[in-house]
Design a protein around this ligand. Structure first.
Ligand code: SF4
Length: 365
């Protein structure tokens, strides 16, 4: 068995730690790029959302490097993601690829017994003892959490750093170095080290940077290739950003969902505008817009793929929130045809507007 995963932000680093810890053979697909998107766009249905196409590209690139088993999360929720796995399996089969799928779904949807059976399909090929397997899983989760913490610090501190670009530079080095580590133990040590170094980046605490919340569809918010590296661009402008959607948030939220105690603050915040779960993370998007307004952010940017059903609903609600709360929100739609120049112009115009609002608020005009 040679396993692979689709890309989504830093997940590949935690996945590498897990596979190394389990001692199973694996292929991490090449970083997302135009090549992966072109492969996916060639074979996927034209109207399907962008994450589906990029994932097809990831799978085919990994299969060509010897992968025979895909590990992916699933969802029985009311959007297309619930059909992704079946569609991916059929598509790859039609193209003549022999590949197994292990779909890790929420226990609420498939039952705990079925979930354990699926996980054991992966772990039974591991030569490690039971204790070592649990340890590998725990280490991968810690690695995922640390990466999210370091990334969040870098995005927030970018507005305060004394030397422009230092947070971005350190974050890039962190990702490269941790990926080169051979064992989960070394990866953890490396991440602790970078976490400390991120804390020590010299900052001007009297600075009052523009602060923007990044909200929207989970894949396009987390995966930088799909959002044309928006967080990197905002760091270059000296903007402080924050996003709730991270891989570790997703893990915690999924595990807690059977108790209905997950994301309580978001559910409460979204109540007046979208009190139902309509699939994807539309409710979270609406709730986050309210929470970021309450936390004093200057504005929010919503990102979602063309044709994303849940986010089209939240996009229709966000202008009401923007008007009610006097809170600017920009919606950006991405697909394989998105032109970078127009995309950047919209972001720059939004940032300019937030800066002008800020200076008018200070001067009283
Ligand atoms: S949330 Fe949107 S982009 Fe994601 S699978 Fe569902 S419809 Fe597609």
């Amino acid at each position: 068995m040679k396993v692979t995963i689709p890309h989504m932000g830093n997940v590949y680093i935690a996945a590498k730690a897990l596979f190394e810890g389990l001692g199973v053979d694996y292929v991490i697909p090449p970083q997302n790029s135009k090549a992966a998107l072109e492969i996916g766009s060639l074979h996927a249905p034209e109207e399907i959302c962008l994450p589906f196409k990029i994932m097809v590209g990831n799978y085919i690139q990994a299969i060509e490097q010897g992968a025979d088993t895909v590990i992916v999360t699933g969802s029985c929720g009311p959007c297309r993601f619930g059909e992704y796995c079946e569609m991916h399996m059929n598509l790859l089969k039609r193209l003549g690829y022999q590949v197994e799928f292990i779909v890790v779904d929420a226990p609420k949807a498939i039952g705990l017994k079925e979930l354990m059976a699926r996980i054991s399909r992966l772990t039974e090929s591991s030569p490690r003892s039971k204790g070592q397997k649990w340890r590998a899983l725990a280490q991968a989760v810690r690695i995922m959490g640390l990466l999210d913490t370091i990334e969040a610090k870098a995005h927030e501190k970018a507005g305060y750093e004394k030397v422009r670009g230092s947070c971005k530079h350190l974050l890039r080095k962190c990702r490269q170095e941790v990926y080169r580590c051979k064992t989960p133990e070394k990866m953890l040590k490396c991440l602790h080290d970078y976490n400390k170094r991120m804390d020590e980046i010299p900052c001007d605490n009297s600075a009052r940077p523009v602060r923007i919340a990044i909200i929207g569809e989970i894949y396009t918010v987390i995966e930088p290739f799909s959002n044309l590296y928006i967080e990197d661009k905002l760091m270059d402008y000296g903007i402080s950003t924050k996003r709730l959607m991270t891989p570790s948030w997703w893990v915690g939220n999924t595990l807690m969902s059977p108790t209905r105690l997950n994301s309580l603050s978001i559910k409460k915040a979204s109540r007046d505008y979208l009190p139902y779960n309509i699939g994807g993370h539309a409710r979270e998007c609406v709730g986050e817009a309210i929470l970021s307004w309450k936390s004093g952010f200057d504005g929010a940017i919503q990102i979602f793929p063309m044709g994303c059903m849940p986010e089209i609903v939240s996009k229709a609600i966000l202008p009401t929130i923007a008007r009610d709360k006097d809170f600017p929100i920009l919606s950006l739609v991405v697909d394989e045809m998105t032109g970078e120049a127009g995309y950047i112009t919209r972001i720059e115009a939004f940032v300019d507007m937030l800066e002008r609002r800020r200076s008018h608020a200070v001067s009283g005009y």
